[in-house]
Every structure is written in structure tokens, then in C-alpha cells.
Write a protein that binds this ligand. Structure first.
Ligand code: ZN
Ligand code: MN
Length: 479
């Protein structure tokens, strides 16, 4: 193959479903916040079904949500804004238009910092953020489609970046960071049904030859963006390698098949025929209002990370993990008042692993600060071994119960000391003669094996260091 030199340019348009109680322009319940998937077409009204004569009413909560997101992404906020109708015919929009913002978005010219391909901080520019309604959900069957209007009118913000990503990995890092910030703000929750869907624009310059821009639509989440973009890069490179031309088009990402398929040649945004929506009034955003929102802004992950490193002397990796969940970060600081920083941080990492495994954030885990701190405290006092403490914490997450209830239910044993250990050590020495002899012959690993046997017999309720010492003592006595 001849020498290849290529550069990838990627920009993202990301739709985030916001977790307000009600929809964007009506008082129907927002299905993305519900624990159980509602029956199709049960969360609907005249407004979100687009019945003649119905009039949308803007949900003020969404203005607050969108302003928070805009400020957190370092954007300029519009002084006033309005909604427009984006006209198209498709069964997912019963009005034949989608209410969105086109001419004046709520915010523009922001940025977000991510870890770039080279491991250094990289600024990704945000071109604009606008508010719009989600269309209905279409379910494709063999010879017909089903439409579920529950999703019609779910509030979205669309965040559009400049084409600043140079790899699929950077696009993934961006979405992860974005989710983290939006969760801190309380406007999105990855553990609920709310989704984050991106359309990616991607073009390649191949041996100095500029390829056309291709849009890949409908990519859900951060992991999938990396996968879809990797696929698209290979597809475009193969066209170049064969001497072909990449054409400007829109493709759809099929997550199940792991491929993208051509949908249509790319239309221009102007072709949608945007028109001002006279049903909704212009909205003025005063300085006073902006100030009010600023006061309500929480400390964001980057600032928090810096502060934790400085105040508690945490390693960067540990701080990064702890701030990945706002609730865990708060808990960490509380715990530090009662236990050592070393134990507090180590147990936060264990807690995070358990939460992730159960697809929970701390906030919606149902855990109480006091419960978790008690586990760390009792571990620090040496009451329970690390193995048992971890098991208690895991059960706590699964069963949403305090330490006492978990210990009673599962009969977890406190760490035994002295006599009790010696008794078990004697049993193990008698039982595993070969290992004992190996150890005597200088095989250090045999000691680890014996420690393991004692710990197993004691169901983890002993301090491995003490067990080790006791085994050595007992063996030396047999000499
Ligand atoms: Zn409705
Ligand atoms: Mn959109």
C-alpha cells in the first residue's frame, strides 16, 4: 500500500433529554424520569399530540436547566430568544413541525475542557446550545410502523460543537465529560431513562485530498460514539484507498449491526423552512435572572478536582474518580471529618465500583451518608476485615439497608484476634503438611497459601497480617 497520511475532523451535535418533571410545552409527565416504562401513548394531551386549537406553554423550569448548562459550558447567553418551527413531514411530529430555536439559540460561543489524544487538556469549542422538543418515538415493524407520542414534547437541549475533535476517542471523552457536568447540574441523569444522542459530522483529509463531510446520525451514548466513528473512518479511508470519492450524505448508525447506512443526500439546514412560532412569546433573559442562576450553580467537576487535590493531597487519578459522581464527592468530604483521608478515598473508590456495577449514582442509590461512613469507621477501628467490609458495603448498595441490618442478616463476623486465630492456624498447619514443609524449605509462596487457607476458614474475619505472624510463630514452634 502506498504511504498514507490522513487527518480526521469531527464535530458533534448532541441531544440531551432533560429530567424535568413535565414536558417542554405541556403539563404531561416527562417519561424519561419514570422508573417504569409507561404504556405507549398514555402520557399525551392535545398539545403534545398537536391537536387543532391547542397552544404550547413554555415550561419555565427548562429555561433554568438550559441556562445552567449554558453557563457551565462557558457560553454567552442570549439577551432574548424565541422559538421557531422547523417544518417537515414525518409521522413522529403530528404538527408537521418541530418547535426549536434556530435564529437565536439560548447560548453560543462556549467551551469545555477534555483530555485530548495526547493526554493534555484540550479545549473543545461549543458553537451553540438551543432548546427543542423531542419528536415521538417510531418503532419499525416488518410492514408498518408504530408511533409512541409519549416522547413527543420531551425537553431537549441540543449542544453543537465546532469541528474540534481529531479522533473518536476525543469525541467519547467529550461526551463523558458533558454527562458528568450535566449530572452535577441536576439536569440529566444517566441512570434514568433519559438519553444522550449525537449526530456526528466527519470528514477526512487523505494525502492532501479533502473528502466531503458525512453526517452519521443517531448515536446513543459515549461508548457508541467511539465505535460509530471508528467504523466511519475505516469506511471513508477504504473509499480513498480505492481511488473513489467520499460523497456528502447523511448516514444512520445501526447499533445492533455495528454499521452505518446511507439515509439520504445531505439537506441544508436552511431547506427546512424555519419560521417564527407565533404561539410562543419572546423570552427576555435579564442580567438579574442570570445572576440568580449563577448563585444556584454547584461547584463543577474540574474545580472540585483541583480543590480536592489541594485540600486533601489526593492523587490526580483518585480525585478524578471521586469527582466523577457528585454525591460521592460530597460524601468523601463528610467522611474525611471522621476517618483518615487515606481510608475515606480508598473506600470511595470501592463504593464507586459497586455503584457502577449496579448502574447507580450515589444520589439515587438510596444509601445514607451515615451508613457508608460507619462501614469505613468500623474498618478503620479494625472491627471488620477489608474483605468483610467490602461485602457489607456491596450488600448495602444492593439492599439499601444500614450496616446493622446487613451484618445481622448475613451473619458477618468481626475480626478475631489472638487465641481464635491460633486455633485455626494450628488446624491449617496440621491439614496442609506439604505447604508447611515447602515453607520450611524456603518457598515463600507457601506462606501466602497458608494465610489464604486460614482467611477462608475464618470467612475473612481476621487480619491477614496477624494471621501471617501467627503462622510463622506456630511453624517455628514445630521445629
Ligand atoms: Zn402533553
Ligand atoms: Mn435537533
Amino acid at each position: 500500500m502506498p504511504k498514507e497520511d490522513y487527518k480526521v475532523v469531527i464535530g458533534l451535535e448532541t441531544h440531551v433529554q432533560l429530567i424535568s418533571d413535565s414536558k417542554l410545552f405541556c403539563s404531561c409527565k416527562n417519561p424519561v424520569t419514570m422508573d417504569v416504562e409507561p404504556e405507549p401513548n398514555t402520557l399525551v394531551c392535545d398539545i403534545c399530540l398537536g391537536m387543532p386549537g391547542s397552544k404550547p406553554v413554555f415550561n419555565e423550569k427548562i429555561l433554568e436547566f438550559a441556562l445552567k448548562a449554558s453557563l457551565a459550558l462557558n457560553c454567552e447567553i442570549a439577551k432574548d430568544m424565541f422559538f421557531s418551527r422547523k417544518t417537515y413531514f414525518y409521522p413522529d411530529m403530528s404538527k408537521n413541525y418541530q418547535i426549536t430555536q434556530y435564529e437565536i439559540p439560548i447560548a453560543k460561543n462556549g467551551w469545555i475542557t477534555i483530555k485530548g489524544e495526547d493526554g493534555k487538556d484540550k479545549k473543545i469549542r461549543i458553537r451553540r446550545i438551543h432548546i427543542e422538543e423531542d419528536p415521538a418515538k417510531i418503532v419499525h415493524k416488518k410492514d408498518y410502523v408504530l408511533v409512541d407520542y409519549n416522547r413527543a414534547g420531551v425537553p431537549l437541549i441540543e449542544i453543537v460543537t465546532e469541528p474540534d475533535f481529531s479522533s473518536p476517542k476525543e469525541a467519547r471523552a467529550y461526551l463523558q465529560k458533558l454527562v458528568q457536568i450535566l449530572e452535577y447540574l441536576g439536569v440529566y441523569d444517566s441512570t434514568k431513562k433519559a438519553t444522550i444522542k449525537s449526530d456526528a459530522n466527519i470528514s477526512i483529509v487523505y494525502n492532501g485530498q479533502q473528502g466531503e463531510r458525512v453526517e452519521v446520525k443517531n448515536i446513543t451514548g459515549a461508548k457508541e460514539i467511539e465505535r460509530a466513528l471508528n467504523y466511519e473512518i475505516i469506511r471513508q479511508l477504504n473509499i480513498f484507498r480505492r481511488g473513489g470519492k467520499v460523497v456528502r450524505e447523511t448516514r444512520g448508525w445501526d447499533e445492533t449491526a455495528g454499521v452505518s447506512r446511507s439515509m439520504r443526500s445531505k439537506e441544508m439546514e436552511e431547506e427546512y423552512g424555519y419560521i417564527f412560532d407565533p404561539d410562543l412569546t419572546r423570552i427576555t433573559i435579564s442580567e438579574k435572572e442570570k445572576e440568580k442562576i449563577k448563585e444556584k450553580m454547584p461547584e463543577l467537576p474540574d474545580e472540585k478536582k483541583k480543590r480536592l487535590i489541594k485540600e486533601y493531597g489526593l492523587k490526580e487519578k483518585t480525585a478524578e474518580a471521586i469527582v466523577s459522581d457528585a454525591g460521592v464527592a460530597d460524601l468523601f468530604e463528610k467522611a474525611c471529618k471522621r476517618v483518615s483521608v487515606k481510608n475515606a478515598s480508598a473506600w470511595m473508590i470501592i463504593l464507586l465500583k459497586t455503584l457502577n456495577y449496579n448502574n447507580l449514582t450515589y444520589k439515587n442509590s438510596g444509601l445514607k451518608d451515615e451508613w457508608v461512613i460507619e462501614v469505613i469507621e468500623s474498618y478503620e477501628k479494625g472491627e471488620y476485615s477489608d474483605v468483610v467490609s467490602e461485602e457489607i458495603l456491596r450488600k448495602m448498595v444492593e439492599e439499601k439497608a444500614d450496616m446493622q441490618k446487613i451484618v445481622e442478616k448475613y451473619g458477618f463476623k468481626k475480626v478475631e484476634r489472638g487465641e481464635k486465630i491460633i486455633q485455626v492456624v494450628k488446624e491449617v498447619i496440621a491439614e496442609f503438611e506439604k505447604a508447611v514443609n515447602d515453607y520450611k524449605a524456603g518457598k515463600e509462596e507457601s506462606l501466602n497459601f497458608l494465610v489464604g487457607q486460614v482467611m477462608r476458614k475464618m470467612k475473612g474475619a481476621a487480619d491477614p497480617k496477624e494471621v501471617r505472624e501467627k503462622i510463622k510463630e506456630e511453624i517455628s514452634k514445630t521445629n
